[in-house]
Design a protein around this ligand. Structure first.
Ligand SMILES: C[S@@+](CC[C@H](N)C(=O)[O-])C[C@H]1O[C@@H](n2cnc3c(N)ncnc32)[C@H](O)[C@@H]1O
Length: 296
């Protein structure tokens, strides 16, 4: 993959994922205590709730909420038993977790969007973020491109409601959040968006769903449009693999190895994408971008 160059100075990168390393150590040595702490925290954390039929989370013209794929509701992740993403405090928790992702902090995301999108002359009118979580990346796109319409989709009701609450608090009114599955964006026609982005979504899903998601991202992107990805780095040597396997065991990441074995640039090339460029790669994360071919 080619490497990106930019003259825009970037804010210093966090050295690593320190809070997670601490909690991983606790989880490895004392799994029961770690689970009990998470459960206790989640019981007390603020909740984001709404109608059980999720009617508040439908996009205009969407007749019913997305079906939940079985992997999403049957696999405990991140040391939380049961319906992890479905927990009513998940919005609150995810917003805090996401700030610790190397590409989770506002200034890092802003550097990325400005250096990789704005500085390259891309002027989008419609932007989609899949697996948008509590909106960290969608908010930056909405602020860097105030005339664009930004849509974030996710499957977690609590997360979506939290993202909406945060948008209101931040006074960002060109962003909307809806209940959809990234592997089935049939609500949107081919070529509906100028930019389609994912942040830390692909490693949370099994191989078949990664494949469906990337295909859908490319389908709903306009020919000549822009695709952006922030996610985990793909291991490159034995040491990386040992670290990744330890991380999977210790943080309960059921799909991380599927993700780590996938050849994302090859899939993008197969789908007719061009200019597939690695923007950065460091200890735990990587980001890359691509352009959908004009014939796509
Ligand atoms: C690790 S979080 C990342 C959230 C956000 N993009 C960020 O970087 O802060 C992964 C998100 O993907 C969502 N997710 C997982 N599978 C999904 C699917 N099939 N469709 C839509 N969202 C999904 C989860 O609900 C969760 O909000």
């Amino acid at each position: 993959m080619a490497e990106a160059t930019t003259t825009r100075p970037r804010p210093p990168l966090p050295e690593g994922w320190k809070p997670t390393l601490l909690s991983l150590r606790l989880a490895r040595k004392h799994p029961k205590i770690s689970r009990a702490i998470i459960k206790w925290e989640m019981q007390r954390a603020p909740k984001a709730t709404g109608p059980g039929d999720l009617s508040d989370l439908l996009a205009p013209g969407q007749s019913r909420p997305a079906d939940f794929p079985s992997y999403y509701i049957s696999n405990p992740v991140h040391h939380m038993n049961g319906l992890h993403w479905m927990h009513p405090s998940m919005g609150y928790r995810l917003e805090r977790m996401a700030e610790d992702f190397p590409l989770g902090k506002r200034e890092q995301i802003q550097w990325w969007v400005e250096s990789q999108v704005l500085d390259r002359g891309v002027r989008p009118r419609r932007i989609l973020e899949v697996g948008a979580g509590t909106g960290a990346t969608a908010f930056v796109y909405a602020q860097v491109f105030p005339d664009a319409e930004v849509v974030g989709i996710d499957l977690s009701p609590s997360v979506l409601r939290w993202a909406r609450k945060r948008a209101k608090e931040l006074g960002i009114d060109n962003v909307s959040f809806y209940h959809m599955d990234s592997g089935d964006l049939s609500h949107y026609d081919d070529g509906s968006f100028d930019i389609v982005h994912e942040s830390h979504l692909l490693h949370e899903m099994p191989s078949y769903q990664i494949d469906r998601t990337v295909r859908e991202m490319v389908r709903v992107c306009k020919p000549g449009g822009f695709l952006g990805f922030f996610d985990w780095a793909i291991p490159e040597n034995d040491r990386d693999w040992r670290q990744r396997e330890g991380m999977v065991r210790n943080n309960v990441e059921p799909f991380m190895l599927d993700y780590s074995r996938a050849d994302h640039p090859a899939l993008l090339a197969e789908l007719g994408c061009e200019e597939i460029v690695m923007v950065e790669r460091h200890s735990q994360s990587a980001s890359w971008r691509a352009r959908k071919g004009n014939l796509g």
